[in-house]
Design a protein around this ligand. Structure first.
Ligand code: ZN
Length: 420
């Protein structure tokens, strides 16, 4: 009998785009679904996978990677979802919130609460580095450094080795260790290319600027608003700011996310430091407490990071006219979000009218994604036989540059099949 060593990868979502990542890997014996995300801006789903999946492998808890998994259970999927315990618990938090957001937007729900329950009941927690054995293929999840719980996924099927990086952070941050990088003999590397066109600002300089701006604002009797993603960014801000002598208030989903992360101490670099910073921060657990927050000069860390809902709206509405106050965006604001409108046009909707935001507005690039130079560095380090960039807006340009540098590269669109 000849052993089939060929793998077929079908891009279902996240091909030459960011949002709704999903890839079907057919080994000839098994069918794996890697991630099944939902575009959290426009709520579009990936192409539907076949019904006879053997397993779902989930890289991390962001909705553009896990957001459609409950829909599989709604459609009768009965097998397991494999991910780290942190990823599973954080995914549940975001998925339950996603149902609420879809409801508020008046969208036809993609799934219901009991589908999330079914997903959780069928989930299996995987340790980083642990080897899962399927009939032909072994699967390992390794630290991706992106957010707590995040992993890259390594499949070894017959003689073929496929690495799916998921979203990765190459460098160390205040919150996370850097991504695992010691990969050998990789046949194909599916790599995120979110920032294939740009480097990030030096992190140390950025941290200094953040602290300086906060001190300057508080010195003017002002308040600093930090709209922050619940997972990752909220905890990083807590770590960076707990010792600057300014009161920190937390509001929204970041509080629950921090508790989940602290229950999984291995998911971050320094859990003791995070525990201390979280203990010191004031938590707004009751909506009634919200009005007391703005009585002192302080920093408010609250969701949503892109101002798409969440308690940050309350604080913005209270402070937007105050020139001595400052809002600092600490993550990318995609086109069409409220955050982008505030950042670019300094305008928000208050009641029925559009008004000018007079408080200061800053953007600081605290990205959790690998930047341009490190992308090339990482690819050269791993030296795979084939590079398959996904999760990016400039994939054709990136593929052309990889080819110029001597790599075999292909950037699939949604629906394309790549054989390795
Ligand atoms: Zn992500």
């Amino acid at each position: 009998m000849t052993i089939i060593t060929m793998l077929e990868i079908t891009t279902l979502g996240g091909g030459q785009e960011i949002g709704r990542s999903s890839f079907l890997v057919d080994t000839g014996v098994e069918k794996f679904l890697i991630d099944y995300g939902l575009n959290s801006q426009n709520f579009t789903a990936p192409i539907e996978p076949p019904a006879n999946l053997d397993a779902v492998l989930l890289s991390h808890a962001h909705l553009d990677h896990c957001g459609m998994i409950p829909a599989l259970y709604n459609n009768g999927y009965i097998n397991k979802v494999f991910a780290t315990k942190t990823t599973l618990q954080l995914s549940e938090l975001l998925l339950r919130d996603s149902i609420k957001i879809q409801g508020r937007k008046g969208l036809q729900p993609q799934y219901f609460s009991n589908d999330i329950q079914k997903m959780m009941q069928n989930s299996e927690a995987v340790e980083l580095g642990e080897k899962l054995e399927f009939s032909k293929t072994s699967v390992q999840m390794l630290d991706a450094g992106h957010i707590p719980g995040s992993s890259s996924i390594l499949l070894e099927s017959g003689k073929t080795k496929l690495l799916y990086t998921g979203d990765i952070k190459y460098i160390e941050t205040a919150l996370m260790n850097p991504a695992y990088k010691d990969y050998k003999n990789i046949d194909a590397m599916m790599i995120e290319s979110t920032y294939s066109y740009q480097n990030h600002t030096d992190r140390d300089q950025l941290v200094q600027k953040l602290k300086d701006k906060i001190k300057e604002t508080v010195g003017k009797d002002g308040i600093v608003l930090l709209p922050s993603f619940a997972i990752g960014r909220t905890q990083e801000m807590l770590l960076l700011l707990s010792d600057i002598g300014v009161p920190i208030y937390m509001d929204g989903m970041g509080i629950d996310a921090t508790r989940i992360i602290l229950n999984n101490p291995d998911s971050v670099k320094d859990p003791e430091k995070l525990k201390k910073a979280f203990g010191k921060a004031h938590k707004v657990e009751d909506i009634k407490d919200r009005k007391n927050v703005l009585n002192e000069n302080c920093v408010v860390i609250a969701s949503a990071g892109m101002l798409q809902g969440g308690p940050m709206h309350y604080y913005l509405r209270k402070l937007y006219k105050k020139e001595n106050c400052l809002m600092i965006f600490n993550g990318f604001q995609p086109e069409g979000t409220t955050g982008r409108a505030v950042l670019e046009k300094h305008r928000i909707i208050d009641g029925n009218s559009e008004v000018e935001v007079r408080m200061g507005i800053e953007f600081m690039d605290f990205s959790a994604h690998i930047g341009k130079d490190n992308l090339y560095r990482f690819i050269e380090q791993v030296n795979p036989k084939k590079v398959i960039p996904v999760h990016g807006g400039f994939v054709p340009e990136f593929v052309a540059e990889l080819k110029r540098r001597g790599f075999d590269a292909v950037g699939p669109k949604n629906g394309d099949v790549v054989k390795i």
